[in-house]
Design a protein around this ligand. Sequence first.
Ligand code: FES
Length: 320
Amino acid sequence: MSNQTRMNVTVTEVVEVNSLIKRFRFVREDGGAMPGFSGGAHTVVEMDDNGTRRLNAYSLMSDPADSSGYEISVRRDDSGRGGSLFMHKGVKPGMKMVISQPVNLFGLDLRARKHLMIAGGIGITPFIAQMAQLDSLGHRFELHYAARDADLCAYGAELSARYGERLHRYYDVEKQAIDLANLLKTQPIGTHLYVCGPKGMIGWVLSTAQKMGWPKGALHSEEFLAPPVGEAFTVQLSRSGVSIDVGPTQSMLEALEAAGIDAPYLCRGGACGQCECKVDAAEGEILHYDHWLSDDQKAAKTHIMPCVSRFKGERLVIDL
Ligand code: FES
């Protein structure tokens, strides 16, 4: 981890939450307190996956008031690059790992009169920490949580028991759907809206709110974007002239790091803008997967986000 402080931790708990999700608890190896964080923060977990170094970001779901450890939940992705499979199959209690200090790109705006939260699937995790924080502060909130079925509605029953009528659950298999237009219409002025879940859900919630006149500053979203797999390609660095091969299950950022380049990052998911690189030459197609660059910037092929985006073609040269 180049620009984030690393911490040596021990895995103290691995819990199977449902058929797809496992929860992990980390405590500091030196027995000290974990650094403080606010709801919505993530940590980057470093993995040695059969010789491939992976750094995956996961939302912290434990209570921000609990400095004894951090908890994350990981959804297994059988067709992904392997990070979630490594966490599911390779990580056991007692194992030593390295994680980053928390960074928050999905923070609460505590000036809001009310916090309206919408979660889809594993997108529930940042809200678990946020609700604990809001509850302890006495702030007003409600959460609408959609999942495929009761089994995949991770933590739904516990959260309902804890937060009562502030928690609403919807199961796709029972054809239950969030009545979004009505929900957005009936909120008090000064409400902030937060959404975390699959891409389609985020787009639906944000575009509906914008059409209904919600101010941009009151809308907050976080998408869990894993770097996609793809064809191998080579990137050339203009300052040193060095060429670096990017493997099919490796992100360009991971390939740069493996080559000893100290490349900046925060989210590793195409959202924060930190890793943005200027493109000096692109003879071929840049496969943009980020949410950071504008459509015009993407079409102009002048910039690339190495944490998620890939390349297909003859030659890619970036300003590094
Ligand atoms: S690290 Fe955040 S966009 Fe690449």
